[in-house]
Ligand binder design. Structure first.
Ligand SMILES: [Ca+2]
Ligand SMILES: [Ca+2]
Length: 385
């Protein structure tokens, strides 16, 4: 772990490099005077230290920083420079490989209803699943109790490709990005909750009425917003209301997708989970939705994402910040109003922290980023200088 002083020096020198790079051709920004200043240098500080494999971070009033740890299954709050553990039934969370205590969401009416939501592995009568649980936080922020089991039966196998990302859209709907559980048939099977983006009522757990298969006789199918995904790790809503998802490719083609209703995103691994097939296989029956950006070879393991808002971010304003695990960086993607990929920028200041998993926009517009190195992990705060 770097000490704060060393970090400050590092950030300064990287800021210089970043401003030089901003003037270089080929970064996708229009040329002209003032370009160097248009991409502000980024300041990176530690918001929450001393973590072990954190998955997600969200902000509660205070501000309090609410963090999930995947493998320890701890729910933690950082407040006034101290971290405390929230009483939570960690023992009932099943962890294996990529599955454990994963995404967390905070209800937009939290001040009134005290609700938060988790996506977590669980043990069932016949094996394991991934499930979405609503919790109510006590007044002292020391414990949660279960408010409602919203949705069970997201498939789990070894723990590989367990998803699972939560996003409360501005409509109030709860969106869930799921993994295919490394089972071949799941992504194209509309009666499996795996390899999907699901949409449901966050209070009742019922399927969202506007879903594309809302009138199906199959209950699971009524939850499906779209399908044909491998392992959705990021969900983020742009200012124009569009929702975007991010997922991992096998050895090539991580994808950023524009979420549509009823779309097939084309992942259909062959028998025995043969992953040599394309991330978007247009040879499948019917139309498939092409990715808005894909990595090519090799993959970067793109994960969580958040849209950047605010004029103080200069040319980063309106970009999609995407964390990468394998590549260990935060990248900023610009898409046009109609969703066409324009450019991607990787600030050097955000390539020095190892694997990065989740990105959350704080109330003041700063970005909160979780590291995923296994020890000495932390929540970083990224702000424009
Ligand atoms: Ca695809
Ligand atoms: Ca086709």
């Amino acid at each position: 772990m770097r000490r704060p002083v060393a970090l400050a020096v590092l950030t300064c020198s990287l800021a210089l490099v970043a401003s030089l790079l901003a003037t270089a051709p080929g970064v996708g920004a229009p040329a002209g005077p003032g370009r160097a200043a248009a991409y502000p240098a980024l300041r990176v500080t530690t918001q929450v230290p001393g973590l072990q494999q954190p998955w997600d971070v969200q902000v509660l009033p205070g501000p309090r920083y609410l963090v999930t740890e995947r493998d320890s299954r701890r729910l933690l709050i950082r407040f006034h420079g101290r971290t405390h553990r929230v009483r939570f039934p960690s023992g009932r969370v099943w962890t294996s490989g990529e599955t454990g205590l994963m995404s967390v969401a905070v209800d937009p009416r939290f001040r009134k209803n005290r609700r938060i939501y988790t996506c977590q592995g669980a043990t069932t009568a016949t094996g394991h699943d991934v499930r979405i649980v609503a919790w109510r936080m006590n007044a002292r922020y020391t414990a949660v109790r279960r408010a409602r089991l919203l949705l069970t039966g997201l498939p789990a196998s070894s723990g590989r490709h367990g998803g699972c990302r939560l996003l409360i859209a501005r409509s109030g709907a709860l969106l869930v990005g799921t993994g295919d559980a490394a089972v071949s048939g799941n992504p194209q099977n509309l009666d499996s909750l795996g390899g999907k983006v699901l949409r449901l009522n966050r209070m009742t757990g019922r399927p969202w009425p506007g879903n594309p298969f809302a009138s199906s006789s199959s209950l699971r199918r009524r939850y499906v917003l779209n399908y044909g995904h491998r392992n959705v790790q990021g969900l983020a809503q742009r200012a124009d209301g569009t929702v975007w998802s991010v997922e991992h490719g096998p050895d090539r083609d991580d994808e950023i997708n524009l979420v549509t209703s009823g779309g097939n995103y084309g992942w259909a691994p062959g028998p025995g989970y043969d992953e040599s097939v394309p991330m978007t296989d247009f040879g499948l029956p019917g139309p498939q939705v092409a990715a808005r950006w894909s990595s090519g070879f090799p993959t970067l393991a793109t994960s969580g994402a958040a849209w950047v808002h605010g004029s103080r971010w200069g040319s980063y304003d309106g970009t999609l910040a995407v964390a990468a695990l394998k590549a260990g960086r935060l990248m900023f993607f610009r898409f046009s109003a109609n969703g066409t990929f324009r450019s991607m920028r990787t600030p050097p200041a955000l390539t020095r922290f190892g694997r990065l998993r989740s990105v959350t926009r704080a109330p003041n517009g700063d970005l909160l980023v979780t590291t995923a190195n296994g020890s000495g992990d932390r929540v970083l705060r990224v702000s424009p200088r």
